[in-house]
Design a protein around this ligand. Structure first.
Ligand code: BT5
Length: 337
């Protein structure tokens, strides 16, 4: 795959291709002469032409205007590091971006990189996954070129028992990104689903490496169905699933969505490090659909009824039983009654 797109080791464009794009962008929509390109790149005009052709193969629309030069007309909606970085200033999240045309699972890649010492904020993205993972060994459908599959490495200075706070943080970030790139109204379903109407539009799989008192790292795994169409969903999903395209009726730019998501994660994580869990919890509660509602929670064979009152420091759902007692629920499927 890498060869087809002639990308570098981290899935980015080759240096000369990057230079061409930078020059085009500096000139906005203006024509750039072949001479100028070859001067800046310090290669022949023939070599410039070869690079233009390889960028076109990637989906860049570059017009060649006889005896005047070239003009960038449009960039493809491809998840390339340079494109994701356009217009972004990252504090931490996305300072290093690694993008694959296809991989097994971005969480697995990120986990390995983190074990090898990758810095906080490193993000692994793939156009498609062969073995996308859900929780508890489940599968995450990951067709190529339509969605976002993304894993973020964090090294938060907190106790391992508080790790669920980062799951809530990632849920809030996805909700914010959907709200800023579409007119849709997503809500968070405890503990880790993002829903629009009755369909699951995104799922989170956060994995951790920790010692008793200390987190080595957390990998935030985020899968968002962006432009997936009905035929791409298998019939045997456990719950109804949907995509931003299916709900909103129009395609959403994956690049714009990815920038919005990384921006939201960056903001929220910065606030989290400075001000703690409070603001994340508040926004989570404002964006969830269970607060104050009567719920039934099933876990394996057991069932519990009550009113959802909130979430605690460790991510438990607080449910008030009919006799007034508050019960902490750590896992289960929630149904609103
Ligand atoms: C999740 O698990 O919702 C976590 C999904 C995390 C996926 C991301 S993608 C990037 C990163 N790399 C990975 O390998 N994984 C993460 P869970 O709550 O267990 O839900 C899984 C269940 O949702 C499956 O058993 C299906 O029934 C259903 N499902 C599978 N693919 C889906 C999809 N694309 N959209 C909606 N539902 C899906």
């Amino acid at each position: 795959m890498k060869d087809l797109f002639t990308l570098n080791e981290e899935g980015g464009l080759r240096t000369l291709d990057q230079q061409i794009l930078r020059l085009f962008r500096e000139k906005r929509a203006e024509i750039v002469s072949g001479e100028e390109l070859s001067g800046v790149m310090q290669v022949s005009r023939t070599a410039v032409w070869k690079h233009i052709k390889s960028l076109r193969k990637l989906g860049y629309r570059i017009e060649a205007i006889p005896s005047r030069g070239y003009r960038l007309v449009a960039a493809p909606d491809l998840l390339l590091p340079e494109e994701i970085a356009v217009g972004r200033q990252s504090l931490r999240i996305g300072r290093r971006l690694i993008c694959f045309r296809e991989t097994g699972s971005t969480n697995e890649v990120a986990f390995k990189l983190a074990e090898e010492g990758a810095e906080e904020g490193t993000v692994v993205i793939a156009e498609g996954q062969r073995r996308g993972k859900g929780r508890l060994g489940r599968k995450w459908e990951s067709p190529a070129g339509v969605n976002l599959y993304c894993s973020v490495i964090l090294r938060p200075p907190i106790l391992p028992t508080r790790a669920a706070q980062l799951t809530f943080l990632s849920a809030v970030a996805v909700a914010r990104a959907i709200a800023t790139t579409t007119a849709l109204r997503p809500f968070i379903k405890w503990p880790n689903d993002l829903m629009i109407n009755d369909g699951k539009v995104a799922g989170l799989l956060n994995e951790m490496s920790a010692e008793t008192e200390k987190i080595n790292f957390i990998v935030l795994g985020i899968g968002v169905n962006i432009n997936m169409v009905r035929e791409q969903f298998p019939d045997d999903l456990r719950h109804p699933a949907t995509s931003l395209f299916l709900e909103g009726g129009k395609a959403v730019s994956r690049l714009e969505f990815t920038r919005a998501l990384l921006g939201a994660l960056d903001d929220l994580y910065d606030t989290y490090l400075k001000n703690g869990y409070g603001p994340v919890r508040e926004e989570w509660l404002a964006r969830c659909n269970v607060l104050g509602r009567q719920v039934r929670i099933t876990f394996q064979e057991s069932e519990l009824l009550g009113t959802a009152k909130g979430i605690d420091e460790e991510g438990a759902l607080l449910v008030q039983r009919p006799d007034g007692r508050i019960e902490r629920v750590l896992a289960g499927d929630v149904t609103i009654l």
